[in-house]
Design a protein around this ligand. Structure first.
Ligand SMILES: [Zn+2]
Length: 323
């Protein structure tokens, strides 16, 4: 199996008025490096794309890429470039990129030109920016590509900020990460969500599990789904009694805590998100926690309830004073 480390450059409208809503970012360059199984570079891909939507370069794009609009005129049209790129990718590969955006933007552009979708469901890929943070950082902070290159003392033999060069350096950073636990952290692009229950994604990492659902019409449907609302231990699959019942501080994130006799305390978190089709889907994560985190979540719940009490009181008060 190969790794396709790719990077896109895109352009956008100079004014909000001219922005095409379904295509905020138009791809103008694809750069990629193919790595073999043992992560040595075996092939490269580099292609300029002639813009068809935003013909003028956004001032930031121009500044960052050192590219002029007439240079792009020498490129080929997007649909040809993508067909060529996917041919070059071959059959058996995993995408890798710096940050999570590129795969989504690629699919959004493909969808704009009515090209067939890349896959039927979510795409597993490596977000090398995240892997770098897991391997060398504090796991939360996301660094720039140049920071990672400097940190790993990778030779800066070509300039940054063009698609090919950024793919090239991302590949070098990726090849430097050897920790198997870190490499187990696949990301999922959810531009195409699971179409049904069978396609749903449930992955177990070394210290947490992740569940990506199909789409739902509304929150009531989500609340009625047993698997989403369940608090099962992801190791022994036992239904656990909740120590803290589901609550939400903001209507988007929901939390609960349960305890497995064998495996300990587990935090369940549900994030409700809006899909490309303007429906809802859920990303649920299950994570082991310690006693201190349990206390923190308890406090969070109490705080949420307190705020709700105050709001209710104010509302009643306002209603009373109306009378
Ligand atoms: Zn268990």
């Amino acid at each position: 199996m190969n790794y396709i480390v790719f990077d896109l450059e895109w352009n956008q409208s100079n004014t909000e008025k001219e922005e095409v809503e379904v295509l905020p970012f138009e791809i103008i360059e694809i750069g990629a490096v193919k790595l073999s199984d043992d992560r040595t570079m075996v092939s490269r891909y580099d292609q300029l794309i002639k813009p068809q939507v935003y013909r003028k370069l956004h001032y930031m794009t121009q500044k960052l890429l050192h590219l002029e609009a007439d240079e792009l005129e020498k490129g080929i049209v997007f649909s040809d470039a993508v067909s060529q790129f996917l041919d070059w990718c071959g059959e058996d590969y995993i995408f890798c990129s710096w940050g999570p955006l590129d795969l989504t933007v690629l699919q959004k552009n493909m969808s704009y030109y009515n090209m067939p979708p890349l896959t039927e469901g979510p795409i597993a890929f490596y977000d090398v920016q995240k892997l770098f943070s897991l391997a060398y950082g504090n796991k939360k902070l996301r660094r720039s590509l140049e920071y990672a290159v400097d940190f790993l003392r990778i030779e800066k033999d070509i300039p940054f900020h063009r698609a090919f060069s950024d793919a090239y350096y991302t590949a070098k950073v990726f090849a430097a990460i050897r920790n198997a636990n870190v490499l187990a952290h696949m990301s999922y692009d959810v531009f195409t969500l699971p179409q049904n229950k069978e396609q749903e994604v449930f992955t177990v990492f070394d210290d947490y599990a992740k569940y990506i659902t199909r789409e739902f019409e509304d929150k009531a449907q989500i609340a009625a789904d047993k698997q989403i609302m369940s608090s099962k231990c992801y190791l022994c699959h036992k239904n656990l009694k909740k120590k803290i019942k589901w609550f939400t501080p903001n209507g988007k994130h929901y939390y609960c805590v349960a305890e497995c006799d064998k495996h300990g305390l587990m935090k369940f978190k549900i994030r409700v998100r809006r899909s490309e089709n303007h429906k809802l889907y859920v990303i649920k994560t299950i994570k082991f926690i310690g006693k201190d985190e349990l206390e923190k979540i308890k406090e969070k719940k109490e705080h949420t309830q307190e705020i709700r009490r105050i709001r209710r009181k104010n509302k009643n008060h306002n209603q009373n004073s109306d009378i």
